[in-house]
Design a binder for this molecule. Sequence first.
Ligand code: ZN
Length: 58
Amino acid sequence: MSKVEKELVKDPVCGMIKPKDKMRAVSIFMGKKYHFCTEGDKKMFKAHPEHWVPRGGD
Ligand SMILES: [Zn+2]
């Protein structure tokens, strides 16, 4: 039983919220991990990460 795998994460590109283990791709930006439901979303993120990362607060 792993709590981590059931943790819900949000794909910053398309806004989809899914359990972490259902996400297909991962990227690290500014020391933070971001999860994506498709490789395509990850590619879009990597092209302009600062555009997709929510601003203000942490
Ligand atoms: Zn997505």
